[in-house]
Design a protein around this ligand. Structure first.
Ligand SMILES: [Zn+2]
Length: 433
């Protein structure tokens, strides 16, 4: 999946700045009553949608239009087994589809509201299952001559737009950030990024300000639901802390990395690699060629498994073939995945530190023996964890410094201007009450 990222200095951003400046100029000449801000409780924290629409959206439609298949809208409590039963699809087919999904785990996130396409032939055979994962992405499982299914992902073109969220600290950072509409997972990542620079409990006070620029992924005119944290500022009495995302890493305003380096291995001791990363592996059990998206480490059952970086537990589950598993989102471009575990020791949504024990290895799911299957994903793609470039706690490289500085100035301007704008909007809103 290639994220079609909007370059940092687009006309979009320039337009945003112009809009913000215009609003400031207008507000400066319009009569306003600044005392209204403080007299209206609850309004001093506000959310701004600084940009919703790109100036000239790319000429692409969501991938998922002209569908002729039977559709199934996933309702709360639905699972694939139930959906197949309702459509007269035998359990053996479910087994084959799940097998095709083992290296991807895409069917593990059947959230209510997601659509499935069921392409059945006249005799009731499932020719193709389609998962419409989000408006830009669909995944198909296509029946092969031997009755197995092949997984394929299609993605429409996407681009990013930015939104500015701003608020004051009232009580905890978590509650203050929830109050302006930031999502739980975004708050967890922001907290983690800022916690490298200050002690939240000791240093935060009521009245400190925060601003976050959140990127929203779009396809055509539709949001895909994917978001990213582009920049954050936290203004305390004496000083302001900054976080900027640049090329998948997070930096402070001087260009020093604020994400600690990753561990190469998810175990404290080194274990033999029993099966390497391979895009086209002959599977030891099925005897078919399929990608092997991770490395297998010959860990005896009960070996402590460590998170290779700071992050948030994005998903835990139990898959018939992958066994008990954990996905960790490390922010920026990085995710890791751990399969065939015997015991999971973290909860979904919790923050983990680099080197923190998250599970005990095992032999769950379909496995030839006790081992850990470990994956590293960069920008949504599995890469070889043995050879991949992993984050190092390095500063911006000299040759990238000009580009970083330009991004920093632009994001700082957006955060500052939007901050002023939100106060003006608050004043404006307060007249309606
Ligand atoms: Zn494996």
């Amino acid at each position: 999946m290639i994220f079609n990222r909007v370059p940092f200095f687009t006309s979009l951003h320039k337009v945003l700045l112009v809009i913000v400046c215009l609003m400031l100029a207008l507000a400066a000449i319009a009569p306003s009553d600044p005392t209204a801000i403080t007299l209206t409780p609850g309004l001093s924290v506000s959310t701004d949608k600084a940009v919703n629409e790109p100036l000239s959206p790319p000429e692409n439609k969501p991938a998922l239009q002209d569908e002729t298949k039977a559709q199934w809208l996933v309702k709360p409590g639905d699972n694939l087994s139930y959906i197949f039963q309702q459509n007269g699809i035998p359990a053996s087919v479910l087994h084959n589809v799940m097998q095709a999904d083992t290296q991807y785990l895409d069917l593990e996130t059947l959230q209510p509201g997601v659509r499935l396409g069921l392409d059945l032939t006249d005799d009731g055979t499932l020719a193709q299952l389609t998962l419409y994962r989000d408006p830009a992405r669909k995944i198909t499982y296509t029946r092969q001559i031997d009755g197995t299914y092949q997984h394929q992902e299609q993605q429409a073109k996407t681009y990013w737009v930015s939104e500015v969220y701003r608020g004051d600290i009232k009580g905890s950072f978590y509650l203050s950030a929830r109050g302006v509409g930031l999502e739980q997972s975004q708050i967890a990542l922001i907290s983690q990024l800022l916690s490298y620079q200050l002690n939240f409990r000791r240093d935060l006070r009521a009245g400190d300000h925060f601003t976050a620029v959140i990127g929203r992924e779009m396809t055509g005119q539709v949001e895909t639901g994917q978001t990213r944290i582009e920049s954050v500022s936290l203004q305390r009495r004496q000083r302001t802390h900054y976080v900027f995302q640049f090329k998948g890493h997070y930096y402070d305003e001087k260009g020093e990395s604020i994400t600690p380096a990753f561990l190469r291995w998810p175990t404290s001791k080194r274990y033999r690699i029993s099966s390497a990363f391979n895009k086209n592996r002959l599977h030891p059990i099925t005897k078919r060629r399929a990608p092997h998206h991770g490395v297998d480490l010959a860990t005896p059952t009960g070996t402590p498994i460590l998170s290779t970086g700071d992050g948030v537990v994005a998903r835990i589950g139990n898959h018939p073939f992958a066994g008990k598993y954990i996905d960790i989102d490390h922010g920026g471009s990085y995710k890791t995945r751990y399969l065939h575990l015997s015991r999971i020791q973290v909860k979904r949504g919790s923050q983990v530190k680099r080197g923190q024990r998250i599970a005990l290895s095992g032999n769950t799911g379909r496995s030839t023996g006790p081992h850990l299957h470990f994956e590293l994903h960069i920008d949504g793609r599995p890469v070889n964890p043995v050879t991949a470039k992993i984050p190092t706690a390095a500063a911006i490289k000299p040759q990238d410094m000009a580009e970083f500085s330009a991004l920093r100035e632009q994001k700082m301007a957006v955060m500052e201007q939007a901050a002023s704008m939100s106060e003006l909007q608050t004043a404006e809103n307060s007249r309606d009450f």
